[in-house]
Design a protein around this ligand. Sequence first.
Ligand SMILES: *Cc1c(COP(=O)(O)O)cnc(C)c1O
Length: 460
Amino acid sequence: MSQNTALSNQTKRWQEMDAAHHLHPFTTHKDLATKGARVITHAEGVYLYDSEGKRMLDGMAGLWCVQVGYGREELAQAGYKALKELSYYNNFFQTTNQYAAELSDKLAEVCPKGIDRFFFANSGSEGNDSAVKIIRYYWNLMGKPDKKTIIARKKSYHGVTLAAASLSGLTHLHPQADLPLPGFVHVECPDWFAEGGDMTPEEYGLKAAHSLEEKILELGADNVAAFVAEPVQGAGGLIIPPKGYWEEIQRICRKYDVLLHIDEVICGFGRTGQWFGSDTFGIEPDMINMAKGLSSGYQPLAAVGLGKRVGDVIFNSDEEWSHGFTYSGHPVACAVALANLEVIQKEKLVEKAGGATGAYFQKKLAELADHPLVGETRGVGLLGAIELVKDRKTRAKFDSATDAGTRCRNHCFSNGLVMRAIGDTMVLSPPLTITESEMDNLFGLARHCLDLTASEIGVV
Ligand SMILES: *Cc1c(COP(=O)(O)O)cnc(C)c1O
């Protein structure tokens, strides 16, 4: 039997086991079972390898999370050491471990100004669920139990647990589980490209911000607990707020005494060119949620960071806080996150994303704007989006049957590039370690796949 046949037989066996027994996230299982899942076996730097030996440049850093690239020795060693030394112990019953303590201290150093107390969870969704409970508890302790409604935005993504999915404004997340829960509402987001019509992006941004004020007035400020938002909306299609948007949002939150909870799960840890999206967009949050880049995805880990206002009230309460996970502050996850932050600092990855690497990425991205299929490119730091449109002038979209985004994504896969399609918005979010020659490779492949997509759907 040749080596290739052996490989395909092994792949087939894994695909069969998988199709028989494994439920995948966000997947049409019937469809997957007929195709067979791609089996990723290893990864190194910015490249993924599948069980057939095919190499792919990962333009998405996994799911927006592998800041330091794959296969880093420093993180593996830190995990191994912690696994041997303290494989597990909890942080209940007045105990801690050195890694959770040191990670809290490190986060206080790098987080947006004033955010200096941290609760650990195991996923971004758990972080947001915890944040919702903290927000409710805060207003209960403050003697304002009516301040409970949480306002988030359309097209936002905050995770999939009951509260996190209720926060999310991507409407396909709701009907299968009868969501949102009561007490969660959604207002406009600054999606100028799709919704802005003849307005300038700045005008549309202000209009979107004012929909928050209108909602607060409609509900009554005495009933509104918090506004929750990502600095840049990720899974909703990389929606980058125009100038003036965040200033106006913060004016409104302050005016009506509404807490500002910022979901930094994608934007945190250098992605937008500064440590946090809040730093890039001049946001002063009351609390934040982080996950993904916190551990570069090497371990499941999230953290909710609290500023003084909320933190003081919870820390100074006389009663026990009834919340926490078996794995909150898990020693191995925290040790790996510490090693991850060390690599980010030592290699100046935040400075690079905000400097030369980010500038080169944005230059290469902008060069795609002249392509006949492309209505707009936009980006910040090491985030980039490419809008596929039928009419470049009017920004008119293809009808959904055309499936331009999916076609383009499939061409990317076949040609060794992972680029995500969100509808017809192609999205990039590579590891922060990506080099100029790797970016040349990435954007060369991207243009080639845009060409293939254009000729397939008959755009010239
Ligand atoms: C990914 C993501 C989440 C959810 O994180 P999970 O670890 O998948 O639960 C929450 N918020 C944002 C902004 C995200 O991108």
